[in-house]
Design a protein around this ligand. Structure first.
Ligand code: G3P
Length: 225
C-alpha cells in the first residue's frame, strides 16, 4: 500500500519524509490556503523536498473542462513530471480527464463520495480515485466500506486505476483498508505519526536499555564494547 502525506506544510513534510517510508504528498486548495503563500511557489518548495520518484498531487480550480485542461498543462509545465493532477468528479471534471489521460497526464480523481463516481473516473483514465472516508462517515455513510467497494470494483475492472483513499480520523480506518488491499492512502502528518504508537513498545525499549546498562554503563550501546 502506498502512503502519502496529506498536507502542504513544508515543516511537516520535511519531518515525515526524513523518518517514514512515504511515497509522496497530496495537497488540496484548502491545505495550500492554510500555508498563506503563493500556492504555485509552495508546490515548488514541496517538490524541492521530495525524492525524484515521489509524487506530488495538486488540484485544478477551473470550472470548465476546457479550462481544466489548459490549467493542468500549465501546472505540469511549472511543476514537472512528478505532478499528479487532481480533478473533481464533476461532469466537467470527467470530460477533462478523458482528454488529459489521452495526453498522458497522471490524474487523481478527487472529491469522490460514491463507487459510481470512481467507475466513471476509471473509465476516463484516472490513475487514482480518492474517496473521502471520514467526510462520508460524517454524513452517516460508512466511508471505509465505500472505499473497499471502490477498491473491489477497480480490481474487477482490471485497469490501471487504483484506490487512493483520503480523509481519515483514525488509524483503524486505514488498517481496514490495508487489510482489504487498498492501493494507497493519504494521511495527515499528525495521524501518520500515530501509526507506530504503542505504550508497550516504549516500555520494551526502556526495559531493554535499563537491563543492558546494568552490565555496562549509562548510555552504553554495542558500539565501543
Ligand atoms: O483532499 C481531500 C482530503 O484531504 C480531505 O481530508 O481531512 O479535510 O476530510 P479532510
Amino acid at each position: 500500500m502506498r502512503i502519502y502525506i496529506d498536507t502542504a506544510n513544508t515543516s511537516d513534510i520535511k519531518r515525515i519524509i526524513t523518518k517514514f517510508p512515504v511515497d509522496g504528498v497530496t495537497t488540496n486548495p484548502s491545505l495550500l490556503a492554510r500555508e498563506k503563500m503563493n500556492p504555485m511557489a509552495q508546490l515548488k518548495k514541496i517538490i524541492s523536498l521530495l525524492e525524484k520518484d515521489m509524487e506530488i498531487h495538486a488540484q485544478v480550480l477551473s470550472s470548465s473542462a476546457e479550462d481544466m485542461i489548459i490549467e493542468a498543462d500549465y501546472m505540469r509545465r511549472q511543476l514537472g513530471e512528478q505532478i499528479f493532477i487532481k480533478v473533481p468528479v464533476t461532469h466537467e471534471g470527467i470530460k477533462a480527464m478523458k482528454e488529459l489521460s489521452k495526453a498522458g497526464f497522471n490524474l487523481t480523481a478527487t472529491a469522490i463520495y460514491t463507487p459510481m463516481q470512481a467507475v466513471m473516473a476509471a473509465k476516463a483514465g484516472a490513475r487514482w480515485t480518492a474517496p473521502y472516508v471520514n467526510r462520508l462517515d460524517m454524513i452517516g455513510a460508512n466511508g471505509v466500506q465505500v472505499a473497499i467497494d471502490i477498491h473491489n470494483i477497480l480490481t474487477q475492472m482490471k485497469g490501471k486505476t487504483g484506490l487512493l483513499a483520503a480523509s481519515f480520523k483514525n488509524v483503524e480506518q486505514i488498517l481496514k483498508l490495508a487489510e482489504a488491499g487498498a492501493g494507497a492512502v493519504t494521511v495527515a502528518p499528525e495521524l501518520l505519526e500515530q501509526f507506530l504508537y504503542h505504550p508497550l513498545t516504549e516500555k520494551a525499549v526502556t526495559d531493554f536499555t535499563n537491563d543492558f546498562e546494568c552490565i555496562t554503563a549509562k548510555g552504553a550501546t554495542m558500539k565501543g564494547l
